[in-house]
Design a protein around this ligand. Structure first.
Ligand SMILES: Nc1ncnc2c1ncn2[C@@H]1O[C@H](COP(=O)(O)OP(=O)(O)OP(=O)(O)O)[C@@H](O)[C@H]1O
Length: 238
């Protein structure tokens, strides 16, 4: 097991955003977390990375309890997050943004080699590597955010709504990229609003409703589960 979340809870002040959430992700798997706005999906990813503190429960990474580790220590140990909204530094160059992902590494030759692999994958970034990131479209910025995360050499790549606001062409490219990265051995935890495509890609799916896990199942089975649609429409199953 690569990642185990045991009864994780997160509160903002006294308000619970995530309650008693548990999941397990095996190496090589793609898991997706679905749910309506405000269900607690981003909070879950932030808590896995250590950006939000758990009020209860545990995050176990490769068999080790990392609940009290800092985010930078978790990133160094193989966790990476592509945050909602991408968080690109638009006044910095594309290359400087990419290098931020490698900020804890000192294996310069390997970093250079991986940068070239990323540039091969994203020729649009390569052509403009010395230009400010502000010149990129939303879709290209999303690819840059993914490239930056890959440069930390993660074992688990977490993505928070990466398809949000992208054109259908970029969404298609994005899901193909995630499939290719997974074929190359990367484990993925994907938070998405694009439920159909996320479930078509994933092995397992989890549905959050108001901070609570209401369904977890194989992705194919979940795609046909009426409770998924109820969760999105905010209609409680009678
Ligand atoms: N920093 C914060 N302070 C207080 N409340 C917060 C904070 N961040 C999130 N919340 C609240 O916690 C709940 C869960 O938010 P979260 O962003 O995790 O949901 P989400 O499922 O990712 O939603 P979305 O799809 O809209 O991004 C929401 O009610 C939200 O308003």
């Amino acid at each position: 097991m690569l990642l185990e979340i045991n009864s994780l809870s997160v509160k903002y002040g006294r308000i619970p955003a995530l309650e008693d959430f548990s999941m397990e992700i095996k190496r090589g798997e793609i898991a997706t977390v679905l749910g309506a706005n405000g269900a607690g999906k981003s909070t879950l990813l932030k808590a896995i990375l250590g950006m939000e503190k758990a009020s209860h429960g545990k995050v176990v990474w490769e068999g080790e309890n990392v609940t009290n580790w800092s985010p930078s220590r978790r990133i160094k140990d193989g966790l990476a997050l592509v945050p909602e909204g991408r968080r690109i530094l638009i006044a910095q160059t594309i290359e400087e943004n990419l290098l931020l992902g490698a900020y804890q590494r000192d294996d310069v030759d390997a970093i250079r080699h991986e940068m070239e692999t990323i540039y091969d994958r994203f020729p649009n970034l390569c052509e403009r590597r010395h230009m400010q990131a502000s010149c990129l479209s939303g879709g290209e910025q999303q690819m840059l955010a993914i490239g930056r995360a890959l440069l930390s050499k993660p074992d688990l790549l977490m993505l928070d709504e990466p398809s949000l606001g992208l054109s259908p062409l970029f969404v298609k490219q994005l899901f193909k990229l995630l499939r290719d990265l997974n074929k190359g051995g990367l484990t993925i935890l994907l938070v998405e609003q694009n439920t159909d495509q996320a479930l078509a890609l994933a092995n397992t799916g989890y549905v959050l409703e108001r901070g609570k896990l209401i369904i977890s199942d194989g992705a194919q089975k979940l795609a046909n589960d009426p409770r998924l649609h109820e969760a999105y429409l905010g209609v409680a199953a009678e």
